[in-house]
Structure formats: C-alpha cells, structure tokens
Design a protein around this ligand. Sequence first.
Ligand code: ZN
Length: 81
Amino acid sequence: MKCYKCGKDEVKGTRKELRPYGPGGQNTCFECATADPETEKACGDEFQKRLNEALKSSKLILLDDDGPVPIVILPREKKRQ
Ligand SMILES: [Zn+2]
C-alpha cells in the first residue's frame, strides 16, 4: 500500500502509516495529508464524512486503519433461570 501523493510505502507505527482520507478515499500518509492547509482541510472533511456515516449506526466509534467504524453492541441475552 502506497501514499497517493508521495508514493512512499506504508510504515506501520509511524507517520508513514496510511489512512484513506485522500481525494476519493485514496490512501495518504500523515505528512502529505498535512502538507498544506488546503489538503489538510480536504482530508479532514473526508474523515468527518466517514465519521458522520459511522455515527448513523452507533455512537461508539472505533478509529480503525480504514477509518471510523461504528461499534454495534448486541442486546444482552436474558439470563437462563
Ligand atoms: Zn505521502
């Protein structure tokens, strides 16, 4: 997996870790995502869009590598008597 902008490979646990907040959901590294105010805003908007979508399903959100994921808690089963 490579950053759409700089083309560098992902390095987990660093700022080269990629997230899908580039244009059209392309993968981008932190440095490219925050390189200039315009790109940073576009990436922020993409993140917000995905977060809003996830919030439709749950108020609990997991920030996964692929973006925000809703956590759905299943109703507890009744205790057996
Ligand atoms: Zn990059």
